[in-house]
Design a protein around this ligand. Structure first.
Ligand SMILES: Nc1ncnc2c1ncn2[C@@H]1O[C@H](COP(=O)(O)OP(=O)(O)OP(=O)(O)O)[C@@H](O)[C@H]1O
Ligand SMILES: [Mg+2]
Length: 80
């Protein structure tokens, strides 16, 4: 997966991944307008992590209203 023009953001994400795999967990929030590449960047990071043997768990929040509280966390915990 090719990510164009996001070297600083990808470096931040890779630093966070390296810290996490060294036992120092990180929380990273990507927040910008639709289509800017948030999913693309996280997918690229997830692919790199999986290739390095890291367990990658992903979940999506529904875009409709009325979802149960903490739905992404719940679904990621049960998705295997
Ligand atoms: N930096 C980038 N490099 C390569 N492709 C990109 C980049 N940014 C966006 N794209 C492309 O633009 C489209 C939208 O990107 P993406 O789905 O990652 O956006 P998003 O920020 O997750 O949007 P949304 O907020 O709607 O979820 C995709 O086809 C993706 O491949
Ligand atoms: Mg997205």
């Amino acid at each position: 997966m090719t990510v164009l023009g996001r070297d600083p953001e990808m470096a931040l994400l890779r630093d966070a991944l390296a810290a996490a795999t060294a036992g120092r967990g990180r929380f990273v929030l990507l927040s910008r307008e639709p289509g800017i590449g948030k999913t693309t960047m996280t997918a690229a990071l997830a692919a790199d992590a999986a290739a390095a043997g890291v367990c990658v768990v992903a979940a999506r929040a529904p875009e409709t209203s009325g979802a149960r509280p903490c739905w992404p966390t719940r679904s990621s915990a049960t998705s295997g």
